[in-house]
Every structure is written in structure tokens, then in C-alpha cells.
Write a protein that binds this ligand. Structure first.
Ligand SMILES: Cc1cc2nc3c(=O)[nH]c(=O)nc-3n(C[C@H](O)[C@H](O)[C@H](O)COP(=O)(O)OP(=O)(O)OC[C@H]3O[C@@H](n4cnc5c(N)ncnc54)[C@H](O)[C@@H]3O)c2cc1C
Length: 403
């Protein structure tokens, strides 16, 4: 039997890759640093799953488990906080002839990995190694040797045909390969506040992008219990974290945002730094990068997890054909050409534009941008074009054309 593909990291990307490979009869060893006991204690992150990603989830049988745990959100809106008015609303129903899933599924990363991990554990071709930390690797002409530390503290070497780093932004494999993580880090941090309060009473829909020259934000609805919304606000890089997270400070932000006096039920908050970076290469010999290990971006537009999952399926098809003797290793260079192109030309470009749009300070430019959004939302042909881009159909179709 072929040596397994060693997948490092049971995040959404590593789990999707493992399931797609195993379902195509390729054995996998999946290494995850976290233990079963703390796997679900992770800070809230991604959660807006675009139609293209839902199609991939469906391909491995994951979608059916996620839909009951999420919110079907066909529409999303842009708001102008200065006027407290909706600028434009886009409806994925316009994509009904393009996809079986003409909506975004609001389903948090933690639910995705919980469901996908259960499926991975149940698959006979996936060996899941929880509480196992990847330390580094060596590669030869025909194998990769992954060094890991087991739950018992021993060092062990796992042999694989290929190694895919799905370790997230701090990928050890990327660093050990000496690959530049090219790009920049925004000189500000973002605070997320999770709150059990129904923002629909103020006209908001399940996903909202709110432009403001002083304090732009994003607002998303998540299925409970408890049913809750997550709102993101920018903060200055030197703002004191304890002060930002003080309950009264969080209440004050929410009151100012809605312009009401209310005692909110706050479920949590976290602070994070936003990077826009892409690895100089996605493949060196038998070691391949996917997801956040290969590229990171601002969450505005919900593209990080989505494009990482797209990497996973692109790579799964290629590794499967290589390991079944139907293609040679040059396929992995095509993976890099396709997915690096998407990371730079689509994900980076789009998320940088998204942030600029929301944070724009020049009144004339804001006015022009908002008029343009209105124009696109009001014309069904332009609105469909807009949605094909934001829902990542364009990036997949363009990648497919790259030889
Ligand atoms: C606030 C916020 C909101 C976001 N919202 C969205 C959104 O709406 N839509 C979207 O598409 N994206 C969003 N993102 C981005 C998204 O969370 C990431 O792109 C996505 O989680 C990346 O998945 P991944 O599997 O590549 O890595 P990760 O999710 O980071 O998973 C990596 C896994 O590898 C494991 N690991 C790490 N190091 C080791 C090691 N040495 N040994 C073994 N295991 C290891 C980790 O424990 C983890 O389980 C958001 C991000 C943030 C911060």
C-alpha cells in the first residue's frame, strides 16, 4: 500500500483535504497539536461559507451535517454608518442557475471542524493523531519524514509520500523551507464582540459591511444557542487590550454603534492583528502548503477559510492522480500556479479593496464608491457579476484556465 499523505493541522483545510483524499482511496495520517479535550476551545474566527465552498463541502458529505447548525443567508448588505442608512443589498438568489447553493451558510469554523473531525475519525483510511505536535521534516527523493512530539512527550518519525502543511499562519514547514511570507500587516488591530442581541430590529440582515471613516465595522449573525451576532471594530495598535475588553468599554461601543441605551448580553470578545501575506512558493519537493499556511488575509469578505478549502480540493485531486499513477509530480507545480494566482490576484486584491472601501475617509471618494455599489446592486446583470466575484466563482474558473 502507498505511504500515507501526512497532513499537518486539523483545521478546516487539513480536514477537508484528508476527507477528499481518503474518499479517493488515498491513505492519510492527520496530525493535530490540540487534544480531544481542548480541540473545541478555540477563539471564534471564520464562519461565512460561500456557495462555491458549500459545493465542496457537499462533495465530501460534510454539508448535510453543517446546514442544520448554520443560518442560510441569501442576502448581504453594505451600510453607511454616517447616515445610518443601507447603501446596497445583494441577493445570492441571482446565482440560482450557477449553483445548487444560492446563499452563504453562516456556520462557524468551530462547528465545521467538529463535524469534519468526527467524519475523519470514522474513515478507515485516515489515521487521526490528536495531541501530536509537528516539529519539522526531512525529505528524500521518494518520501517525507515528519518529526512529531506525541502526547506522551516522545519524539517519533512518521513516513509519508507527501506532507501538506495545513498548520495555519504560523506554519513550521513554511518557515523551515525558508519561504518568504510576502506582504504586510495592518497597523491596527480588530476587536470582535459577540453579543446575544437581535440586530434585525435595526434593519440589519445576516451579513453586513458597514462603512465609516472613523469606525467601520462588520456584523454577522450566528446560530445559537445562544443565538448571537459578531461585530468587528478597528482599534489603534497601541490601545491597551485590558481597557478595550473592559465590559463597560464593550457596552459603550455597542451603544454608540446602535445609538441606543441598552444593557447588552455580551458572550465574548477577542482581539486580533490582520495580515495580508502570501508564501513565495506553495510547493518544495514533496512538501506543499495550503490554507493559512500559504496565505493570510483580512477577514472582510470572508475569504480566508473559503479560499483555503478551495486549495484543499484542488490539491486533493492532483495528489490523488499522482498517487494513482495517472499524473506526474508536475501537477503540484500547477497547484502552485493556480492557487498562488488566486491568493494574490483574487483573495489579497479583493480583501484589500474591501477594507479600503469600508474605511475610506475622503467624502468624495466615499460618495462615489457608494453610488457604484448602488448601481451594481440595482442592476441584476451587474449584481450577478458582483456575486460571482465575491462568492469566489470567478477565482475558481480563472484558476481552471491556468495550465
Ligand atoms: C476574526 C476572524 C474572522 C474570520 N472570518 C472568516 C470568514 O468569515 N470566512 C473565511 O473564509 N475566513 C475567515 N477567517 C479566516 C479563517 O479563520 C482562516 O483562513 C481559516 O481558519 C484557515 O484554516 P486553516 O485550516 O488553513 O488553518 P487553521 O484554521 O489556523 O487551522 C490550523 C490547525 O493546525 C493546527 N496546528 C498548528 N500548528 C501545528 C503543529 N505544529 N502541529 C500540529 N498541528 C498544528 C492548529 O491547532 C489548527 O487546528 C477569519 C479569521 C479571523 C481571525
Amino acid at each position: 500500500m502507498t505511504s500515507p499523505v501526512v497532513v499537518v493541522g486539523a483545521g478546516p483545510v487539513g480536514l477537508c483535504l484528508s476527507l477528499a483524499l481518503a474518499q479517493a482511496d488515498v491513505p492519510v495520517t492527520l496530525i493535530e497539536a490540540m487534544a480531544d479535550g481542548n480541540f473545541l476551545d478555540q477563539v471564534p474566527r471564520a464562519g461565512s461559507n460561500h456557495p462555491t465552498t458549500l459545493e465542496f463541502f457537499d462533495r465530501i458529505g460534510l454539508y448535510a451535517n453543517l446546514e442544520p447548525r448554520g443560518i442560510v443567508a441569501p442576502r448581504f448588505a453594505y451600510w453607511d454608518r454616517q447616515d445610518n442608512a443601507r447603501i446596497a443589498e445583494f441577493d445570492h438568489a441571482l446565482l440560482k442557475d450557477d449553483t445548487r447553493f444560492p446563499y452563504v451558510l453562516q456556520c462557524e469554523r468551530i462547528k465545521i471542524i467538529e463535524e469534519a473531525l468526527q467524519m475523519a475519525k470514522a474513515h478507515p483510511l485516515i489515521e487521526v493523531r490528536m495531541a501530536t505536535e509537528f516539529l519539522g521534516f526531512e525529505q528524500t527523493a521518494d518520501a517525507v519524514l515528519a518529526r512529531v512530539k506525541t502526547a506522551g512527550g516522545e519524539t517519533e518519525t512518521i513516513r509519508g509520500s507527501y506532507l501538506v502543511s495545513c498548520e495555519g499562519a504560523r506554519s513550521i514547514a513554511r518557515k523551515d523551507l525558508g519561504l518568504e511570507f510576502e506582504g504586510f500587516t495592518y497597523p491596527e488591530r480588530t476587536i470582535n464582540i459577540e453579543v446575544a442581541y437581535d440586530f434585525r430590529a435595526h434593519g440589519y440582515t445576516e451579513r453586513n459591511y458597514i462603512s465609516d471613516p472613523v469606525e467601520y465595522s462588520n456584523l454577522f449573525h450566528w446560530k445559537g444557542p445562544p443565538d448571537r451576532w459578531r461585530i468587528h471594530f478597528p482599534t489603534a495598535i497601541d490601545d491597551d487590550e485590558n481597557e478595550l475588553k473592559r465590559p463597560e468599554a464593550l457596552q459603550g461601543r455597542l451603544r454608540r454603534f446602535l445609538g441606543i441605551e441598552h444593557e447588552f448580553e455580551i458572550c465574548g470578545c477577542n482581539l486580533y492583528t490582520v495580515h495580508q501575506r502570501v508564501a513565495a512558493k506553495f510547493r518544495v519537493g514533496r512538501v506543499v502548503l495550503a490554507g493559512d499556511a500559504a496565505h493570510v488575509n483580512s477577514p472582510i469578505g470572508g475569504m480566508g477559510l473559503n479560499s483555503g478549502v478551495h486549495d484543499a480540493f484542488n490539491l486533493a485531486d492532483k495528489l490523488t492522480r499522482i498517487l494513482h499513477g495517472e499524473a506526474d509530480e508536475a501537477e503540484l507545480d500547477r497547484y502552485e500556479r493556480q492557487r498562488r494566482h488566486v491568493a494574490v490576484q483574487h483573495t489579497q486584491a479583493q480583501t484589500i479593496r474591501n477594507k479600503r472601501l469600508l474605511a475610506e475617509r475622503d467624502p468624495a471618494v466615499r460618495h462615489k464608491n457608494h453610488d457604484e455599489l448602488r448601481r451594481q446592486a440595482e442592476d441584476p446583470v451587474l449584481a450577478r457579476k458582483f456575486l460571482l466575484r465575491t462568492a469566489l466563482f470567478d477565482s475558481l474558473r480563472e484558476a481552471e484556465r491556468i495550465a
